[in-house]
Write a protein that binds this ligand. Structure first.
Ligand code: HEM
Length: 505
């Protein structure tokens, strides 16, 4: 009995000492922020929609705010000026990523880009992907495939429109992105014999689950959320799928069976396997089996939910604002005419479409807190101490909802605010940071925008859309949930009318 009380007192004293140390000594010169509790810090303040909760806190504590997530020091950046300091002026200092448990089981010990720490390996593998997989020339090679998949989607909706069916546009757009991804990455169709869709849903769920063990490491051995077990079993399933696909491609080379698209990422990766290519002969790594799989997985993680969710938000915003929809349809009629679908070569001329997408990203950013960055050394910013290994979250959702950044009409959906404006996704200012910027900025922005422009423009050009009977545009629910990305709570259910005379498919 004595020893139980003794042990409990010791543990309690330890916790109180740690708490006192972390709140009084460590926080001395940190940016202002809410008072942390023992063990959990400020985790209890995040709620289900952390971007909103953090925005509210930042209105009290400022645009550079300190919070404690379990045992981790974190800084929340909530204004474009502050973002410029962290991801512009001091970008190199904040170019690393926090270590997370998921990466250990899924990424062959951190061999991808997305979750890798800053260093030579990450730099080289990122450069490799930009040159070999994501360059304009490589992406152009998939134009035919994109056209085919968009055509199939339009035809499917046209058939549904003949009987005035309600279309679940969220699902349709999800299938389009998954279909295009499968063909670009693996050279195969995403049919029912393939487990890709099931795995991507699970992947999104695992990426989006808040893993307590990442922030309170003492809990890791107990696996109280059952996540370690799930990471292991999911890692095994993904590995088996990718292994089979790569082997299939190796055998295809031998048998010359024509059952794959002409070009795909696996083929490209196999063509440079175990050798340096001319474009990156200073590369200090060699692409092998254990790096191919994390690269492919990064592409899946990057594409699937971000692109699908972005398209869903743009279409919802258009349906909610018939004036904007009409104006966009007029632009498409002038640029494209009424006899054919929108082609990739039309996209550069569709200025209003670009403005609509920017305005949607401002109000509904799919990655409202970007991805966490981690500092690699101690640094002083704006007079505040930012200790080594601090996690940095940039709340771009807060930028988009700030009257000081967008004036008093910030709540209005008004694409015209970008007319004659220099504001763009990668600067020169930091107001629209959907794809982030600097060393860790999204390496596939061009591909992402291409897919979004192509899908949205064709869906708006080929169809008129109304909500289900009894609903007006003002009834459309625009509430969000935060999973891996900021997604709509309710799927977009709409009735299409084929705009006769437009298509010749
Ligand atoms: C609407 C679509 C997309 C959005 C909004 C988006 C946004 C982002 C953001 C916010 C980051 C983190 C930046 C940071 O840490 O500062 C990121 C990183 C990344 N994205 Fe994207 N992305 C999109 C599409 C894609 C696509 C299509 C791919 C791949 C084909 C992709 C691949 C990646 C990769 C590999 C990284 C990690 C970069 C690194 O850590 O060095 N993303 N993206």
């Amino acid at each position: 009995m004595f020893s139980f009380i003794h042990t409990s007192l010791l543990v309690l004293t330890g916790i109180l000492l740690w708490w006192w140390y972390s709140t009084h000594i460590q926080r001395k010169k940190l940016p202002p922020g809410p008072y942390p509790l023992p063990i959990i810090g400020n985790l209890h303040l995040l709620g289900n929609l952390p971007h909103r909760a953090l925005h509210k806190l930042s209105q009290k504590y400022g645009s550079i705010m300190s919070i404690r997530l379990g045992s981790v020091n974190a800084v929340i950046v909530s204004s474009p000026d502050a973002a410029k300091l962290f991801l512009g002026t001091h970008d190199a200092m904040f170019a690393s990523r926090p270590k997370v448990q998921l990466s250990k089981y899924l990424y062959h010990g951190n061999k991808g880009i997305l979750l890798s720490e800053y260093g030579e390996y990450w730099r080289n593998i990122r450069k490799f992907c930009i040159v070999e997989l994501l360059s304009a020339a490589k992406l152009y090679g998939f134009a035919g495939m994109r056209k085919e998949e968009i055509g199939l989607m339009v035809e499917e909706i046209r058939v549904a429109s003949m009987t005035h069916q309600v279309v679940n546009l969220s699902k349709t757009v999800g299938s389009l992105i998954e279909g295009m991804t499968c063909r670009m990455l693996f050279g195969r169709k995403n049919d029912e014999t393939f487990i890709f869709s099931r795995l991507t849903d699970e992947f999104a769920e695992l990426l989006g689950t808040f893993n307590l063990a990442d922030y309170v490491p003492m809990l890791a051995p107990f696996d109280i959320q059952g996540l370690t077990q799930r990471f292991k079993s999911f890692g095994k399933d993904v590995d088996e799928m990718l292994e089979a696909l790569i082997t299939e491609h190796e055998e295809y080379k031998i048998t010359k069976v024509q059952n794959h698209d002409q070009m795909n990422f696996i083929k490209i990766l196999l063509s440079v396997k175990n050798k340096y290519s001319i474009t990156h002969d200073n590369l200090s790594i060699t692409i092998d089996r254990s790096s191919m799989k994390p690269i492919l997985l990064d592409m899946v993680a990057g594409i699937i939910h971000t692109s699908k969710t972005s398209i869903e938000w743009v279409l919802s915003a258009l349906i909610k604002h018939p004036r904007v929809m009409k104006k966009l349809q007029n632009e498409l009629a002038i640029v494209v005419g009424d006899k054919r679908m929108v082609e990739e070569t039309d996209l550069a001329k569709l200025n209003y479409l670009h403005m609509v997408v920017k305005e949607t990203f401002r109000l509904y950013p799919v990655a409202p807190l970007l991805m966490p960055h981690k500092s690699t050394d101690d640094i002083i910013i704006n007079g505040y101490d930012i200790p080594k290994h601090t996690h940095v979250f940039v709340n771009v959702w807060a930028f988009g909802h700030d009257p000081e950044v967008w004036s008093e009409n910030w709540a209005e959906f008004l694409p015209e605010r970008f007319l004659e404006s220099e504001i763009d996704f990668r600067g020169p200012d930091f107001r629209l940071m959907q794809f982030s910027t600097g060393r860790r900025g999204c390496p596939a922005m061009s591909l992402a925008l291409l897919n979004i422009y192509l899908a949205v423009s064709n869906l708006i050009h080929c169809f008129d859309w109304v909500l289900q009977i009894g609903m007006t545009p003002t009834d459309l629910d625009m509430n969000e949930k935060y999973v891996t990305t900021m997604a709509k709570v309710k799927p977009l259910l709409v009735v299409p009318t084929y705009r006769m005379g437009i298509l010749s498919i």
